[in-house]
Design a protein around this ligand. Sequence first.
Ligand code: ATP
Length: 369
Amino acid sequence: MNNQETEIQLIQITKKFGNFAAVQNVNLEIHHGEFFSLLGPSGCGKTTTLRMIAGLEEPTEGQICLAGEDVTYKPAHLRNVNTVFQDYALFPHMTVEENIYFPLKMKKVKYSSAQAMIEEALSLVNMTGFGKRYPQQLSGGQRQRIALARSLVNRPRALLLDEPLGALDFKLRIAMQKVLKDIQKNVDITFIYVTHDQTEAITMSDRICVMKDGLIHQIGTPDEIYNSPASTFVASFIGDMNFLEGQVVQKGENSVTIDVDGKPILSTRFEGTFSKGDSVVACIRPEKICLDKVCDSEFQNKFENHFQASIHRIVFRGTDYEITLKFGQSEIRLIESASEFNNKKIGDQLFIGFQKDDVITYLKECKKV
Ligand code: ATP
């Protein structure tokens, strides 16, 4: 779907409310047909960014372009974008059909000419046959589908979705994520999706923009964001991560050795430049760590980082176990499938192994958690 043609561009966008900058110096390029997510904790500026794209909020500084046109000060109803909100915003006194017809009516399309478009929109969201119902006769998931149909019926260039699944229960949310993704595949429309749910962003997006305190921390594909987080904030916000604090004891051309509680940890991936003695944070995903009873030559050859630690905590999670081990004052978590668990107990002394290429190191001063 994504053909790299720029659909939406934000250039040096800042939005202040009084003296408070909700969004600061944001530069973004969203491609045509892309599923692009704005992800970050509550209050990081996601909705404000989306509202500026929609034309519901004016930036304090900067420029917004839609399909190459400067729309910074263009009113919302003249922009070829629609917004879907979490609370659906369906008109309760109108039937489903009338709700979907509404944006076409605003464009002076006659009802007789709109019927085929309404049917098509209903079919797109798998709601054919529900046209005569009122919103209160629908479930939450069905209402959200109708809200989607209404926002797609006039085929905007871009659809802006502000936590659209936030009001749904967990199972329905997962089902609707698939519905949304399927719909997006079937229409040639750019989706910009606001969420604070990292799993949702990772599973649905072509690219993700991670924000914190009004600033962009990273823009990338889910793979890039997960496997090469640009900061410890991104590393902590996306997926599960171990953060091991220590000091640089040796700095090579392509690697760095960090002392963490007396254990030397080798890392080949680092952000920024380090010198001996620098305080750093070594990050490693729990699923990259292996556990063994013995530290034989095979284990040592496989894992450049290997040392002994004792089991401190075990959490059963259904299909797997989360095991926390302690060495000195430091803790490290890893995941073991239920079949590999083999009755491990708190206090067991075992060997941890992980590869140097799976350790990403950041300067401690960069820690933005
Ligand atoms: P959430 O996930 O909780 O919706 P968000 O990332 O979407 O958060 P925004 O709604 O964009 O965050 O808000 C960013 C910051 O701007 C917040 O600190 C918020 O309190 C502030 N803010 C938003 N709108 C206004 C306003 N109209 N007046 C003053 N401050 C505002």
